[in-house]
Structure formats: C-alpha cells, structure tokens
Design a protein around this ligand. Structure first.
Ligand SMILES: NC(=O)c1ccc[n+]([C@@H]2O[C@H](COP(=O)([O-])OP(=O)(O)OC[C@H]3O[C@@H](n4cnc5c(N)ncnc54)[C@H](OP(=O)(O)O)[C@@H]3O)[C@@H](O)[C@H]2O)c1
Length: 302
C-alpha cells in the first residue's frame, strides 16, 4: 500500500459527483451543492444542458480525463449492477481511479458496502472490495463509506408493501443486520468530500443507526409505531432463496447477485460498526428517528 498524503484541500475545492443522476447520487449532489465555498460538478453519461454538469462514461477513459480537469475531490456512488451490468463496478471504477491519479485528485470518496471484504460470492460486494483495494494501492488519499441495507430504495418495495398491509422481508424474522436511510448516508458522503479533519483520510467508515442491527421483526415493530399502516410479515424463507440460486443464475445476473447477497446476510456479518461514524459525522440517528422521517416522506402516516 502506498503512503497516504494528508495534503489539505484548497480553499473552495472542486468536487466531482460521479453517479449524480442516481437515486442516492442525486441526494449526494444536493448535499455537496449545499456546502459553502465548494464548486460542484456533476457527472452523467447523458448530455445535460444545465451548468455544472459534465458528460462522461466510466467505460471511456478519455471522457474521464476531460471530466476531471481541475477536480480536487471525486465522490462516487455510481454502479451498473442494478440496471445494466457489473462492468461499471469493476472496469469503470478502475478507469475512474486511473484517471483520478492522472488528474492529481486530492481525495477520493468511495461508497462501498458493509463487510464487502467478507463476501467474495456476492458479485457486487466483491466489486466494492476490489475497488477499495485499487484505491488504496493508487496512493490517492481516500475515505470509504460502507453502507448496510437501504431502508428506502428507488423502487420502494417496503413502502409499497406497507400500503397493502404487508411488510416484505427475506430469510427469517429474528436474524439481525444493519440498515441506513439514504438521506443520512448522502449527508455523510457529502461531508466526507470536504471534511477538514485530516484524520478522516485512509478511514473505512460504516454508516448506520445508533441502536445497532435489527431483525425484521424488530424493524416491522418500529415501522408499525411510526406509521398508521397495520402490516403482517411476509418473509421469503432462506430455503427458497437457496433453492432459487442455481436456476436464477441461468437467466438473471442481477437476480443471482441479489440472492447471493441475501444468503450472505444469513452469515450474521452484515453488521455496521458506527464508532467512526460517530467520530467524524456525529451521533448516528436512531432507527426510530430514521424510520419516522422515511414514513413521513413516503406518506405512510397520513
Ligand atoms: N440498495 C442498497 O440497499 C444498497 C446498500 C449498500 C450500498 N448500496 C450502493 O448504493 C449505491 C446506489 O446508488 P444510486 O441509488 O444512486 O444508484 P442508481 O440510482 O442505480 O444510479 C446509478 C448511477 O450510476 C451512474 N452510472 C452507471 N454506469 C455508469 C457509467 N458507465 N458511467 C458513468 N456513470 C454511470 C448512472 O449515471 P448515468 O446513467 O446518468 O450515466 C447513475 O447516476 C450503489 O453504489 C450501491 O452499490 C446500495
């Protein structure tokens, strides 16, 4: 591993948000844009006419070189595995790191996943682990934020299920893993981009809730208190997930990836340690607080 430089960011740094059109990425962009004395640049493959946007593709190194001119900080939550392929998550991230080295970027903030180094059989977790290793080896000062399961998704199956009186889950009622609300994760990512404490560099920071991991029974209980929706637990059991892995692999890379991820949850290792989160971003929200804000946003307590 190369020595990590603790060089300070310049006054008024330029921050490039990669993945800025995404569900989480758009919130990160907003969080960076709200900061004083920061020039923000947003990246997408799609042409955008608004000022501040740059058109570039993780699979096209020349476009990345152009996007990175004058950039001090790169922050990325871009991914391809959910809607396309894993190419962006492996080769695309490698291209971005190489371009960041060429451009002399001073800080690289990478959104990773809790315990990704423990999950070589989950393709998109493995991509995060490989990318972390590449960033470490590059010598660019970095901050890794590792997210657990999102409470809210772009297509919010939990909110939709609750509106039908169902709390959808996987595995079993009692095994615990960690969660985060994307609004809170995005704020931490934005803060990491310009955090003034040099001690944050080189850190791998799990982001979650103050009261630790939760079982789906516990989460459903907190959700029930925060909403006006009565819901019954609808859990797809482990054995069905296990049985589905081989056939699903034949026709869906994403389906296989997600099944492998759920089966990894069963190991009990998908648990965030929020010690560094508290140190650099303040006290994490409680599950009750995060769920209440999500419920209000989704109109679940109307
Ligand atoms: N869902 C969960 O529970 C969970 C848990 C832990 C971590 N995560 C992580 O959270 C992140 C989710 O982010 P999100 O919600 O913003 O994702 P998203 O809505 O799927 O958006 C994907 C973003 O990646 C960009 N992208 C994809 N391929 C690209 C390429 N070749 N070149 C440039 N940009 C490319 C897209 O930009 P354009 O299409 O505009 O080019 C878009 O902005 C991911 O990193 C995921 O691994 C998710």
């Amino acid at each position: 591993m190369k020595h990590i430089s603790r060089a300070a960011l310049p006054d008024g740094p330029t921050v490039l948000v990669v993945g800025a059109t995404g569900f989480l990425g758009a919130k990160v962009l907003q969080g960076v844009a709200e900061q004083a004395n920061v020039a923000v640049r947003a990246m997408s493959r799609r042409a955008k006419v608004e000022p501040g946007w740059v058109q570039a593709d993780l699979m096209d190194p020349a476009s990345l070189d152009a996007a990175l001119v004058g950039v001090d900080v790169v922050i990325t939550s871009a991914n391809g595995y959910m809607k396309e392929t894993l190419a962006a998550d492996f080769a695309g991230n490698r291209n971005l790191i190489d371009a960041a080295v060429r451009a002399g970027v001073k800080r690289f903030v990478f959104l990773s996943v809790v315990a990704c180094d423990q999950a070589p059989d989950v393709p998109h977790f493995h991509a995060k682990h490989v990318t972390e290793d590449l960033i470490r080896a590059s010598g660019i000062p970095y901050v890794f934020l590792r997210a657990p399961a999102f409470l809210d998704q772009a297509d919010d199956y939990l909110a939709k299920g609750l509106k039908k009186g169902r709390f959808y889950g996987v595995g079993d009622r009692d095994l615990r893993w960690s969660y985060v609300l994307t609004d809170d994760l995005a704020k931490c990512l934005a803060q990491a981009a310009t955090h003034r404490d040099p001690e944050i560099l080189g850190k791998t920071i799990d982001i979650s809730w103050s009261d630790g991991p939760l079982s789906q029974r516990e989460l459903a209980g907190i959700v029930a208190k925060a909403t006006t929706k009565a819901a019954s637990l609808w859990i797809v059991p482990w054995w069905i997930l296990q049985l589905a892995v081989r056939p699903v692999r034949l026709f869906s890379d994403l389906g296989y990836d997600l099944l492998q991820m759920f089966l990894f949850f069963r190991s009990g290792q998908f648990v965030a340690d929020t010690t560094l989160q508290s140190r650099f971003f303040g006290q994490p929200p409680s599950a009750r607080d995060a769920v209440a804000r999500w419920a209000t946003r989704e109109g679940l307590n109307d």
